[in-house]
Design a protein around this ligand. Structure first.
Ligand code: G3H
Ligand code: 13P
Ligand code: ZN
Length: 324
């Protein structure tokens, strides 16, 4: 058993309290490899933002659980090195945990926060599963994110065709019964790069968010599926041989609006994938004779870093809040 505090990590409790007060959201960026992790840390130190390093079960299988633990510990030390001795608050979070066993294993391996996503179960089963995770996690001061409502799109092995919006009538009961520390809601965001079809109104239901806030005032809300799918990145991908037709995301203005509310955590994965893919495709096309991975992963890392700084400064509003 490794306690996250020994790795220099923090849980989400203080972070969310401060984010709520300061009317900004904490970035939750997914990572699977070293370059992504380096870019996240470089960007968050440079913009002085707290950060949630997010690992899906697929990422955990890909990267290996032991390596991940040391990568997170390395990230804490790297942030201090970049900050000349002064680090930033860093959370290691399990994204879309689907079983008690997975959540427990992550907690035992040094995660400081876990999501138990029981949203695909019945309400009663979701409550039961979430309670079980909260009971274990809180013994170690690990924070837990639950979910109510189903997002359209793909999450690891689960695919939903349509949104089931979170019902504001359920949130108070769920939060009380389970003891979760934050709640992911479904208000029209979705996972992946194809969130809306051409001709659709690409809007999220901020009205439902406001209703939820009145039911659980001051309770930290999480938005999944919050990539904006920058069209300049899609264009570069397509220009250099990619095939991404009609990729559409959530407008940054809407996310900025949401970040000023009880939304304390905003999940972004796909935009990072797009930035990396665009940079790598461009590097391959422009330097076909090059075969040193650093020559294409380096530009990808630079593109990621620029993307994350932009998000922290202009979308989430978390820049400058590392020392709140
Ligand atoms: O919500 C899904 C995240 O983007 C993680 O994706 O399960 O392919 O690692 P993944
Ligand atoms: P995106 O696919 O919109 O980046 O969402 C990521 C996410 O919600 C991870 O849990
Ligand atoms: Zn998600």
């Amino acid at each position: 058993m490794i306690n996250y505090k020994d790795l220099g990590l923090v849980n989400t409790r203080d972070m969310f309290t401060k984010a709520m007060k300061g009317k900004y959201a904490i970035p939750a960026y997914n990572f699977n490899n070293m370059e992504q992790l380096q870019a996240i840390i470089m960007a968050c130190v440079e913009s002085q933002s707290p950060v949630i390093l997010q690992v899906s079960s697929g990422a955990r299988k890909y990267a290996n659980q032991t390596l991940l633990r040391y990568m997170a510990q390395g990230a804490v030390e790297y942030a201090k090195e970049l900050g000349k001795g002064k680090g930033i608050p860093i959370v290691l979070h399990l994204d879309h945990g689907d079983t008690f066993e997975l959540c427990k294993s992550c907690i035992d391996y040094g995660f400081s926060s876990v999501m138990i996503d029981g949203s695909h179960h019945s309400y009663e089963q979701n409550v039961e599963l979430t309670c079980q995770v909260v009971e274990y996690a809180h013994k170690y001061d690990v924070t837990v994110e639950g979910e109510l409502g189903v997002l359209a799109g793909v999450e690891d092995d689960v695919k939903a065709e349509h949104h089931t919006y979170t019902q504001p009538e359920e949130v108070e009961d769920f939060v009380k019964k389970t003891g979760v520390d934050s709640l992911a809601i479904s208000i029209g965001t979705s996972h992946g790069a194809f969130k809306f079809k051409p001709g659709q109104d690409p809007k999220i239901r901020l009205d439902i968010l406001r209703e939820i806030e009145t039911k659980i005032p001051g309770f930290p809300i999480v938005l999944h599926g919050s990539s904006s799918v920058p069209q300049d990145l899609v264009k570069i991908i397509n220009q250099f041989g990619g095939k991404m037709k009609d990729a559409i995301g959530i407008g940054e203005d809407q996310l900025r609006e949401a970040a000023k509310s009880a939304v304390c955590k905003i999940n972004i994965d796909s935009d990072g994938r797009l930035a990396m893919t665009a940079a790598i495709r461009k590097a391959f096309a422009e330097n076909p004779a090059e075969f040193d991975p650093r020559k294409y992963l380096g530009p990808a890392r630079d593109a990621l870093k620029a993307l994350y700084i932009h998000k922290n400064e202009k979308v989430l509003g978390s820049a400058g809040h590392a020392c709140d």
